[in-house]
Design a protein around this ligand. Structure first.
Ligand code: PLP
Length: 636
């Protein structure tokens, strides 16, 4: 990172970008087709080109080449580990559709993953329908997890007749009888797996997915029972795979090692009872370092893909050797680590709300003789606060402000006096911050003051539709301006979306050393300004909801074809208002009829037409705000 632009460090892009994202000398964010490539494109140029092709902001920009690169990274890491530890079997991954079932994602993974025999994992009928219809190579696995009814099982069984290698994972002992009945009825012997519960747990937000109390997986007694049932239904020789999953985004490598040790031991012992077992499926959980800290913090992971692969391969080999059991084919169901990097949400600034920036003639900040004593004290603190006394004075100011609100509650203050108090407190914070910023070691008050002084920046997007994990899980995603990065950011703020929900905010941001409560932002001079939210390709696309009826956003699929050269492969239109109302079961035509009927018959014809047009435009509109100031221009 250029030492001439020290502020760039605040965004941490060199840490979380891991070679896929950077900033060029023009101050624009660039995207590389893979980690070692010199070919890059400017994100802002991609957005402009997408808009020329009809795309609108906010928009998700997808780079399928990053999916390919992640598949390669994962496959190579296992290849290296298998060679290094002389593991006597292979590795094959499956991509779990729940992580991102979008056609643009799954089709790319299927086509580029075929070189590594990459397969798919499904957990519902809809996911299964998508998966069975793909052109996967015959050796690629199709792992069927989750609860299954007869329709699901029939589809899974028949898929074997069209050349798919399907593994039906038994989640509960009582599933055996339906599987066996259907297998006999149609004369199809399915390959089977069993999902077990491990005593070991993961770490991080999804810790509860593992351990004894986890929702899925069989206890040891249930495993024995299932083996017995399979034997009695003459299906035991079809039991091929042992599966476990201890949770997504495992933050600590030591938890992975412990789970591998336990799972490999269960596999080796179970193989004595079911000799046909030959596959160990270690589930998902490989973490993404969203905050770039490479730590065990909740939005990070304290290990690399290579360390993960090494630990899986080495531990399974060690345990199997000690049990004198052949090394199994290793399967991962890693999803997040493959999909997260490939997409970026780009959103435009709508406006900045600065509570401290009030025209001078609205509230005059001059002391008056009639001011209550508390206000006079705040004036005095604002006048005399300095680098030596700021700690004591700031504490006093906080107390005086409390007093002021109490006096207001009791009816002793006017609105003007209350406003003066609020503004004086803002002034004291601003002065104190300026003293603190010059200190070598930032004191603990710094973050508090920055938070208090942060402006709200309203961006055109919905947290609930595009970044649901920020709201639901307090997940951190890297967020930064995608241009103007040659200029030092002079503002700091938090982000609000355009929903009418007070939870529709982003108030925590990644930082190279710890998370921070504000984001550094630039002077915009009233020109379009854009933020990118990075690493949003896993889970966000499908968990997002229609809160406030903001629908899906426009998407563009981009291929990087050379240095600064790219092609927009596809523009996928986000929801129009009509679709958003239909999602909640209104018939848009009936709504139109009802509305248009209400226009009075005796209304001036021209005005009635204007209303009619406004209604039709409304139904046809993008659900997000459309504003020329939020579109990039060539002067960007
Ligand atoms: N496999 C199963 C059974 C899961 O439940 C999940 C998600 O939690 C995954 C795989 C994907 O996990 P990740 O995205 O962390 O790799």
């Amino acid at each position: 990172m250029s030492p001439k632009r020290p502020w760039l460090e605040n965004y941490g892009i060199d840490n979380w970008g891991v070679g896929y994202f950077g900033v060029n000398s023009q101050g624009n964010v660039v995207v590389y087709e893979d980690k070692d490539s010199q070919k890059s494109v400017e994100l802002i140029e991609v957005v402009k080109a997408a808009i020329e092709k009809g795309g609108r902001l906010p928009m998700v920009v997808r780079f399928p080449q990053l999916l390919e690169s992640r598949l390669y990274e994962l496959a190579q890491a296992f290849k290296r580990a298998i060679n290094e530890f002389e593991y006597k079997n292979q590795y094959q991954g499956v991509f779990p559709l729940k992580v991102n079932p979008r056609a643009e994602v799954v089709e790319e993974i299927v086509s580029t993953g075929s070189a590594y025999k990459f397969g798919l994992e499904v957990g519902s009928k809809a996911e299964l329908c998508i998966a069975v219809a793909q052109d996967s190579p015959p050796q690629a696995l199709l792992v069927c997890n989750g609860h299954k009814d007869e329709t699901f099982l029939k589809l899974a069984l028949f898929a074997t007749k069209i050349g798919r290698r399907v593994i039906i994972v038994i989640e509960n002992p009582d599933e055996v009888s339906l599987i066996a009945d259907l297998s006999e009825k149609y004369g199809i012997a399915p390959e089977l797996g069993i999902r077990v519960k491990l005593y070991s747990r993961g770490s991080g937000r999804w810790e509860k997915s593992g351990g004894e109390a986890s929702k899925f997986g069989m206890t040891t007694a249930q495993l024995l029972w299932t083996i017995k049932s399979l034997k009695s239904r003459r299906l035991l020789r079809h039991l091929k795979m042992l599966h476990f999953h201890i949770g997504s985004q495992i933050t600590q490598i030591k938890r992975i090692k412990a789970a591998m040790r336990e799972a490999a031991r269960v596999y080796a012992k179970a193989k004595r009872l079911a000799p046909s077992l030959s596959i160990l499926n270690v589930g998902g959980g490989l973490g993404v370092d969203y905050d770039g800290s490479q730590s065990a913090s909740i939005s990070s992971a304290n290990y690399t893909i290579q360390e993960y692969a090494n630990d899986v391969v080495y531990t399974v080999k060690e345990v199997c050797d000690s049990e004198n059991v052949r090394h199994p084919l290793l399967i991962t169901e890693s999803g997040r680590v493959i999909a997260a990097f490939h997409s970026v949400l780009v959103m435009p600034l709508i406006k900045q709300i600065d509570a401290n920036n009030i025209p001078k003639d609205i509230v005059k900040l001059k002391p008056k003789k009639t001011d209550p004593d508390t206000l006079k004290e705040l004036f005095e603190i604002a006048r005399t606060v300095n680098a030596k006394n700021y700690r004591e004075y700031l504490r006093d100011a906080i107390e005086r402000r409390e007093d002021l609100f109490n006096l207001f509650d009791l009816g002793f203050l006017t609105l003007e006096e209350r406003a003066k108090g609020e503004m004086l407190f803002g002034k004291i914070c601003e002065k104190t911050k300026n003293f603190i910023t010059t200190l070598k070691d930032l004191p603990e008050e710094y973050n508090l003051l920055m938070k208090r002084l942060a402006s709200r920046y309203i961006f055109n997007f919905s947290v609930f539709q595009s970044l649901p994990d920020i709201w639901a899980l307090e997940q951190l995603f890297p967020i930064m301006p995608i241009h103007k990065l040659n200029e030092s950011p002079v503002h700091h703020g938090t982000i609000a979306d355009i929903t009418c929900d007070s939870d529709g905010v982003i108030e925590q941001f990644v930082h190279p050393h710890a998370k921070k409560d504000f984001l550094e932002l630039h002077e915009t001079n009233d020109e379009p300004y854009f933020l990118g939210v990075f690493l949003v390709g896993a889970y966000q696309d499908v968990i997002g909801d229609y809160h406030n009826l903001f629908g899906t956003v426009d998407e563009v699929v981009v291929e990087i074809t050379g240095d600064r050269a790219f092609e927009i492969r596809q523009v996928v239109e986000g929801d129009r208002v009509q679709k958003a109302v239909e999602v909640v079961h209104y018939d848009a035509n009936k709504l139109s009829e009802k509305f248009l009927q209400k226009i009075p018959q005796d209304m001036d014809l021209e005005f009635a037409n204007t209303i009619r047009e406004a209604w039709l435009d409304g139904l046809d509109a993008y659900t997000y705000l459309v504003n020329p100031k939020t579109t990039p221009t060539d002067s960007e």
